[in-house]
Design a binder for this molecule. Structure first.
Ligand code: HEM
Length: 337
């Protein structure tokens, strides 16, 4: 590390102590003491980012929804033991796969695309690029390919040697969680209300199953009444394909206005009570601060894009393994012996 860098870190640390808070640049807890930076593979695998982008582009051209699925994988990875590719591990030996958890079962997807990227990278530069970094890059590329903002992805994560089914069940917010529970789950990961609202803007692309929002159509408060924070003519359209019972896996666009474009229409939908998931609509119905953020992003797409990029970097910094911790897996589904 250069002298100037050391001096900068000391100055920021002293200021932080004086002000009584820890700025984000010093707060990312990397396990292994290292830090992430975008040029990590510049010498060891100069084509890594290009290879990831090409495979993601091919997959999204074949199936536009794949962009959403890859973006969500990064979130479901980072919220469980940090961004360490634990979500990619299959069950074997002592490992119980996170793919079996409630948020992931019949829902998380994109694993074959990650496999294809990994195979291409192993050919180009064996045992170099981690699965965790592949997921982070694929999330960025998916955002860009659907029309969203770009950012330089800090790299250098290593892969876990374990998974946590309970972490996946408990840390990832559920669509029927209250606003406070969702915010608490984000805060536990070092993310704030601004990150929460901006990152939820990911729901501008992708699908949700009937089972993820049915209670809004029929039984929101357990008393058999529908949820009146949902526009009622919109609700009756949704009921057509999401019956009171059955059809659990039927798919709906989360942003019905522009389901494969990364834009700010998700926020506009919330303002007219047409959010699909209860966990999205509560930003408008339950909290003044989040409501203001929704308005801000609904009126100004550029502000949303800027914050989204910042918050994605912050999320990508959740407890990465660095240095000699963890490993670079050969196959993203299995721990190397
Ligand atoms: C704030 C709390 C959140 C909750 C409660 C939540 C919940 C959900 C649910 C229930 C689905 C539909 C799953 C299904 O029915 O199969 C979904 C889809 C999705 N989520 Fe979230 N989510 C949250 C935050 C996020 C964040 C932070 C991101 C990304 C940074 C994200 C990205 C996505 C994407 C892109 C999809 C569509 C996936 C696809 O089509 O395959 N979500 N989310």
């Amino acid at each position: 590390m250069s002298k100037a860098m050391v001096r900068y870190i000391i100055v920021v640390a002293v200021l932080a102590l004086a002000l009584g808070h820890v700025p984000h640049c010093l707060s990312s807890k990397t396990v292994g003491g290292g830090y992430l930076y975008p040029q990590f593979y510049d010498h060891s695998c100069p084509n890594a980012q290009e290879i990831v982008k090409n495979v993601v582009a091919k997959a999204v051209a074949k199936e536009p929804r794949m962009a959403a699925s890859l973006l969500r994988l990064h979130f479901h990875d980072c919220f469980v033991k940090g961004c360490d590719a634990s979500v990619l591990l299959d069950s074997s030996g002592s490992i119980i796969s996170e793919k079996r958890s409630i948020p992931n079962r019949n829902s998380a997807r994109g694993f074959e695309v990650i496999d294809e990227i990994k195979a291409a990278l192993e050919k180009e530069c064996p045992h170099t690029v981690s699965c965790a970094d592949i997921v982070a890059l694929a999330a960025r590329d998916s955002t860009v390919l659907t029309g969203g903002p770009s950012w330089d992805v800090p790299l250098g994560r290593r892969d876990s040697t374990g998974a946590s089914l309970s972490g996946s069940n408990n840390n990832i917010p559920a669509p029927n969680n209250t606003f406070q529970t969702i915010l608490t789950k984000f805060k536990l990961k070092g993310l704030d209300i601004v990150d929460l609202v901006a990152l939820s803007g990911s729901h501008t692309i992708g699908n949700a199953r009937c089972t993820s929002f049915r209670q809004r159509l029929y039984n929101q408060s357990g008393n058999g009444r529908p949820d009146y924070t949902l526009d009622q003519s919109h609700a009756s359209q949704l009921r057509a394909n999401c019956p009171r019972s059955g059809g659990d896996q039927n798919l709906f666009f989360i942003d019905f206005v522009s389901p494969i474009n990364f834009d700010n229409s998700y926020f506009k939908n919330l303002l007219v009570n047409k959010g699909l998931l209860n966990s999205d609509q509560v930003f408008v119905s339950m909290n003044g601060a989040s409501r203001e953020l929704v308005k801000k992003y609904a009126y100004n797409q550029e502000l949303f894009f800027q914050q989204f990029a910042k918050s994605m970097i912050k999320m990508g910094n959740i407890s990465p393994l660095t240095g000699n911790n963890g490993q670079i897996r050969n196959n993203c589904r299995k721990v190397d012996a």
